[in-house]
Design a protein around this ligand. Structure first.
Ligand code: UD1
Length: 341
């Protein structure tokens, strides 16, 4: 029988791509999501791409009864991939309690439910945000951690809780995956990133300008100490990121311990380079204005992906042009996202 994995936040952007990668490798994902930032249509899209309609529970990780029910109904679950969480930096400053409640308390509920069910393998969606403003680049996993906003602190706190918990429960395997900047979409154009309201992140914003939903992009800061003055990030194709989860499940999860990996490409691109790549992929102009720096932003951030390469036998292979091409395919095919109003 195939391996079963519980996927929290299962209909979200990164989790949905990971579900496809898992199913393609014969793993059975069980999804739970409260649909607060995703669409149920993701399920039929996963079925379209893989032939498998995943088992789905609609609800929150704050619901302890629901978590217990899921584990009771699927005693074969071997591991949990925990994607569920709130992720908008600006919103976290306005509503810190909601962030700590969902991200921190939600994770503690999940770990308690796992413990009660005897499931001891957890893969957690962390973020490069836990490096705060790094003293240098590229960033290694051993760098000091910190944060600059409640969202970042919530990821930092969950990491701390999980490290302490694993130290007390040495037979558990906990893997912290620190994502850099996930972009792109499934190349079919059937799965993608569908932010609600005005996108906070660069690539969805560029895509919406190119399709004509927004007039122009504001480039936040052109006076950074970077080659063209704009911010530099390690953008990673979401399909590569999904493969990284599969690698973590294969190589890290079976080993007891607390494992930490950067998931990035090791290559930084500036905002202007992203605009150019997107104009090339879409054949459309992306009008922009140079604007002041966004509070809390850092000049540059990219990973050393060597540890993941060495230990997880994984590395990102998709290029900037593929990231731009696949984002555009999704945007053209789903101009208003999953559920057009
Ligand atoms: C942001 C979060 C980070 C989170 C990550 C994942 C902040 C400060 N950081 O990372 O904590 O883990 O998303 O979702 O929000 N940019 C523009 N114009 C825009 C949007 C962005 O010029 O309209 C620039 C930014 O200044 C930055 C780059 O594009 O240089 C990337 O921004 P973004 O996509 O928001 O990601 P991060 O800020 O790196």
């Amino acid at each position: 029988m195939s391996k079963k994995v519980l996927i929290t936040g299962g209909t979200g952007y990164i989790a949905s791509h990971t579900c496809v990668a898992l199913i393609e490798q014969g793993v059975t994902p069980i999804l739970v999501d409260d649909l607060s930032n995703s669409s149920k249509l993701v399920l039929s899209r996963i079925q379209e791409l893989t032939g498998v309609l995943p088992v789905f529970y609609q609800g929150s990780i704050l619901d302890k009864v629901l978590l217990a029910k899921i584990f009771a109904e699927h005693p074969e679950i071997e591991a949990v991939m925990h994607f569920a969480g709130l992720k908008a930096v600006g919103e976290s400053v306005e509503k810190p309690l909601a962030y700590y409640q969902c991200n921190v308390a939600g994770t503690l509920n999940l770990v308690e439910a796992m413990q009660a069910a005897g499931v001891k393998q957890l893969i957690f969606s962390s973020s490069a945000t836990v490096y705060g403003d790094p003293a240098s680049v590229p960033i290694e996993e051993s760098f000091p951690t910190s944060a600059t906003n409640p969202y970042g602190w919530s990821k930092w706190m969950v990491e701390r809780c999980l490290m302490d918990f694993q130290a007390a429960q040495p037979d558990w395997s906990i893997t912290l995956l620190r994502y850099f900047n996930p972009v792109g979409n499934h190349p079919s154009g059937r799965l993608g990133e569908d932010p609600q309201g005005i996108p906070n992140n660069l690539v969805p914003y560029i895509a919406q300008v190119a399709i004509g939903r927004r007039e122009q992009l504001s480039v936040f800061g052109s006076d950074y100490n970077t080659p063209d003055g704009t911010g530099v990030r390690d953008y990673i194709h979401v399909v590569d990121l999904a493969q990284g989860h599969l690698a973590a499940l294969t190589y890290a999860s079976p080993k007891a311990g607390c494992h930490i990996y950067n998931l990035g490409t090791g290559q930084g691109y500036s905002v202007l380079e992203m605009i150019q790549a997107f104009e090339k992929a879409s054949g459309r102009a992306v009008p922009y204005v140079l604007a002041p720096r966004r509070p809390g932003d850092i000049a540059e951030c990219w990973a050393t992906p060597e540890k993941a390469k060495r230990e997880l036998h994984w590395q990102a292979t998709r290029t900037l042009d593929e990231m731009a091409r696949d984002t555009w395919t999704w945007q053209e095919n789903n101009p208003m996202g999953y559920e057009p109003q």
